[in-house]
Design a protein around this ligand. Structure first.
Ligand SMILES: [Zn+2]
Ligand SMILES: [Zn+2]
Length: 299
């Protein structure tokens, strides 16, 4: 199978369909959003034991049908390397989180009591907004470092090796890459002492949205361009095109890319094809090993 066909005809076709009515899209989008948020909040309250099952469940029930209805690129659900990405969902998350269980408690001594008290005496809404901006700032720079530091790029290139972007593909990530990002964003947050519930709310929202920004969804959501990262926005980040690479690092807030000069969202052009121009094995185990063998330089 060749690379997925870049939208054009597909896009015209669905934009002319009866269901491409703003009211219907808002209704469907709103219902999906509420459903997914409900699932996530329930998982958080229950303790998250069924996190992976719910993740797979949401993708199957909500995102797969949506990817059928409004595809960005024409490609089969059973596309190449699907199994590799499913294995990433099942094992990588686990491999990346286990070390944190030991690392974070050991770093508790870094917490500054004065800072914790100052932050926690503010109104809760303000803490949520601050937690969001701080998390986004850290995600932006952590992500940018994984592109420009050759050693980090070796691991992050696993995430970029996906040529068939869909909701499964977003979870393709090397555990070392995941661990680096968790520590890079987690340690400052630990020191500042934001309330865990606030961070959870931000984290849940980011996690939920992360599923849609990789999905094979053709929606444009233009009104969100400079407000919140959309599917199109992040698909550009995965582009093979040299003009587009090393751009759009933001996880949720495009303001970070605007501020630091990496905003890239062409008006009359869609992103793709995707991938990297260096070798990456197609198997799960191969992708775990490759970063340790590669040179790390990006042509
Ligand atoms: Zn990246
Ligand atoms: Zn991505």
């Amino acid at each position: 199978m060749d690379r997925p066909e870049v939208a054009g005809a597909v896009l015209d076709q669905w934009m002319n369909s009866w269901w491409y009515d703003t009211r219907i899209r808002v209704l469907v989008g709103g219902l999906c959003f509420l459903g997914v948020m409900g699932f996530y909040l329930e998982t958080a309250i229950e303790g998250g034991e069924y996190g992976i099952l719910l993740f797979v469940g949401i993708g199957t029930v909500v995102l797969i049908p949506l990817e059928r209805v409004i595809p960005r690129h024409r490609m089969s659900i059973l596309r190449p390397q699907l199994l590799t990405d499913v294995l990433h969902i099942v094992f990588t998350t686990f491999l990346g989180i286990v070390p944190l269980v030991f690392i974070f408690p050991a770093l508790q001594f870094l917490r500054s009591d004065t800072l914790v008290q100052t932050i926690q005496t503010q109104p809760q809404w303000l803490q949520i907004v601050e937690a969001l901006f701080l998390t986004e700032f850290l995600i932006y720079w952590g992500h940018r470092f994984t592109h420009v530091v050759p050693l980090l790029w070796r691991f992050h290139s696993v995430h970029h090796s996906v040529e068939y972007l869909d909701w499964w593909a977003g979870e393709r990530r090397h555990p070392v890459d995941g661990l680096f990002m968790s520590l890079f964003t987690g340690i400052p947050l630990l020191i500042t002492g934001f309330n865990l519930t606030d961070l959870l709310i931000v984290g849940l929202f980011n996690g939920l949205w992360d599923m849609t920004i990789h999905a094979n969804l053709g929606w444009r959501l233009k009104f969100m361009d400079r407000i919140w990262v959309t599917t199109e926005y992040h698909h550009w980040h995965h582009s093979l095109d040299r003009q587009a690479r090393d751009k759009n690092y933001a996880g949720a807030l495009p303001i970070m890319d605007i501020l630091f000069g990496t905003y890239h969202l062409p008006e009359n052009q869609g992103p793709g094809p995707y991938g990297i121009d260096t070798h990456m094995p197609t198997t799960y185990v191969g992708q775990l090993i490759q970063p340790f063998l590669a040179t790390g330089t990006r042509p």
